[in-house]
Design a protein around this ligand. Sequence first.
Ligand code: ADP
Ligand code: MG
Length: 209
Amino acid sequence: MSVNKETLLNIIECMQKNITENRSYLSDLDRAIGDGDHGINMDRGFQEVMKKMDDMKNQDLAGILRTTGMTLAFKVGGASGPLYGTAFMKASDLLKGKDEIVIEDLPSLLDAGIGGIQMRGKAEQHEKTMLDALIPAKIALEEALAGGSSSDESIKAMLDACEAGAEYTKTIKATKGRASYIGERSIGHMDPGAASSLILLQSIAEVIQ
Ligand code: ADP
Ligand code: MG
């Protein structure tokens, strides 16, 4: 697996397509435990990113992720915009001067993104947020690669762990973000941000596999 500029732009386009397709699903999840706008927020953000496609075609890998992150951070109304925006910007910092991403780079890119989300949102794992999908996904990918699994197997392990993490959010109560206002009543519902994180990682897999 190797991701160059063109592939990275394809990944971002695929993220937009999948987020737009799942707009209602994400807002429905948010309606159960929040204010029902997660699909709208994410869709708006990625539509704004698509407007930057022509600019991004003239940028390098770091510039593409930086533009994506800045756009999400500034154009999305909800909490998720600055959180995902910071994640993309932190991942961008790792790509300075690079013109290719290989599978071995993916755990550290995810790790930087997770670090950005935690820096911004001050949440830990088990608080019913996107982190409950992303952290297990990163760990599973890292372990699969360290254990000698192929690129495809490692990506599958990452997606399986991400999906399990998103499912797990149904079993816990929210202690961060808007869903924390309803406390115990958030149990039984999947966190919308965990669901959107799964869609974003699935989009990466869809393009590179
Ligand atoms: P808002 O909550 O402002 O309406 P969204 O609905 O777009 O924003 O996003 C909600 C999602 O953001 C949640 O499902 C959760 O995954 C994520 N989230 C909220 N607060 C935090 C935080 N402090 N750290 C990590 N993720 C968070
Ligand atoms: Mg919301």
